[in-house]
Design a protein around this ligand. Sequence first.
Ligand SMILES: *[C@@H]1O[C@H](CO)[C@@H](O)[C@H](O)[C@H]1NC(C)=O
Ligand SMILES: *[C@@H]1O[C@H](CO)[C@@H](O)[C@H](O)[C@H]1NC(C)=O
Length: 271
Amino acid sequence: MRISTVRSFGAVAFVTAVLAPFTLAVPVTNTVLTPGGPHPRENVREVPAGGHIMHVGKDIHVVAATSTGWITYAWWTNTGAPISSYKTSWTVPPSPVTQSNQLVYLFNAIEPSVGTEIVQPVLQYGISPASGSELTWGVANWYLIDGQAFHSPLIPVNVGQQLDGEIQLIGTNGTTFNYNSSFTNIDGSSLIVMGANELVWATVTLEAYGVTQKSDYPAGSTVFSGINLELSDGTFPDITWSIADDDLDAVTTTVNVGGSTNGAIEIHYDA
Ligand SMILES: *[C@@H]1O[C@H](CO)[C@@H](O)[C@H](O)[C@H]1NC(C)=O
Ligand SMILES: *[C@@H]1O[C@H](CO)[C@@H](O)[C@H](O)[C@H]1NC(C)=O
């Protein structure tokens, strides 16, 4: 349950979701008999197989089923003092040898326990809502909440370049939290989020769309190394990462070094 909630807010789920807002106040023009009695025909909507209904303020949205795209990831939930810093380094992988207009995302991220929000420094391959182009890699920081998405400008990066992604707690205000998501070794690549919920669910993730064959992924593997997760009381928690794999392909995640200091998690494209 928790995982499916989280996964529906992957970096581009909002774009592929078909949002069809409508209000309940439609003038009656012709009436049909529903199991709940007579209703205006306009107010009877089909929800596509696998889709769902979502209340958004006074509107009701019909959300079509989407491929959420979280292919494989490691995750852990913090129950201690708030996370003050969550960082890791990885290298821009070799470009995939085949092109299918695929969109590949690699990132670390944290979310609240309910999974309705995500803050993430993201490496992308291909064209995302933050722009980009086929055959190129780029980085942007993303904040997604309740079907809305915000990102810093996309910055191109090169194969082999080291990326230091960090989400930092930079302040609190009552029960809300301020975060800075950034690539600390790339100038101008940060996104500040003020007034967020406390983010407690940490992950490193491979997310992808439009992949049709193994060679649409990079070759080899990507290691998220130097994983450090510190709490606001200055402690480093005991972390045992859990793994989730989409069973549809052979891409997998392994925890090479667990814990919250200098950890390493590897995503294998060629498992
Ligand atoms: C703290 O939150 C209150 C209530 O939401 C808001 O009015 C105030 O501007 C916030 N202060 C800062 C420094 O963000
Ligand atoms: C956010 O992080 C970037 C990169 O580390 C840093 O340059 C910037 O000063 C930070 N901003 C704030 C408000 O903490």
